[in-house]
Design a protein around this ligand. Sequence first.
Ligand code: UTP
Length: 292
Amino acid sequence: MKIRKAVFPVAGLGTRFLPATKAMAKEMLPVVDKPIIQYAVEEAFAAGIEYIIFVTGRGKKALEDHFDRSFELEVALKNKKKEELLRQVKDLVPKTGTIIYTRQNEPLGLGHAIWCARDIVGDEPFAVLLADDLIQSETPVLSQMVDKFDRLRASIVAVMEVADDQTDKYGILDADAIEEDVVRIKNMIEKPEPEKAPSNLAIIGRYILTPKIFDILGRIEAGAGNEIQLTDAMKQLLTNQPIFGYKFQGNRFDCGDKAGFQMANMAFAMERPEMKEKLTEFIKTMHLNIDK
Ligand code: UTP
């Protein structure tokens, strides 16, 4: 039971980034010089994923073009002897036939977007990656999760501890610790007020799910925000299958949020030797100005 397929829901409206996302999916916004979706796709391939399934909506063209060859550009880069850039633009294109696109006709929620991939995934466990959650880590988070899946043989969600006053932004777990970095989920609540939160363990956008989730997603009613919620479907899945939470190693940035997106840009840029010094100087002057 190898995890071969990864679903990337990229059909949300991205309202928090308007007007930037008016004609373009927010997953195409760049962190330093790569669209955030490319980080997630690279993470999936690093974890042994063989098929990338995009559930798209608006902004589909830019996304499809990004993961396709661009002969004009390749010729231009070759003529200009920009070998390194040429290698990068060629290497990011997955092997023909390994990317599959389907369309969510209406943004009816994350759960609905995943359900749109049901026939492409078929009867096997699969991964879901929300590119908004960009994670800086030594070992890609999906690889860490696939290792856990090989042992636990059940659905796993990535989790992290959040500040007590942030629980109303996440799906929050009620869970028992079974290992240092693994919990067994008893219940989950979507965006509880801090006083109603059973813990501060929040679900982050990496999942390994069993195909049973599709049956549930196909019949549940719309929940919070009038959207088909993945959390609601996972709650039902819990009644007949275990789901584990995995406390991943890494530093997560919420690129769906403007401040989080800027922080991701800063953190990833600081990893680049060619930018680090300039940025450090800039941050120092900014800091001086803030103190004034
Ligand atoms: P978000 O909750 O961040 O919503 O979706 P959003 O529409 O993208 O952004 P805002 O809140 O309006 O700014 C989480 C993930 O689920 C996908 C999004 O593309 C994102 O990757 N999604 C959400 C869908 O694919 N379809 C939907 O109907 C809703």
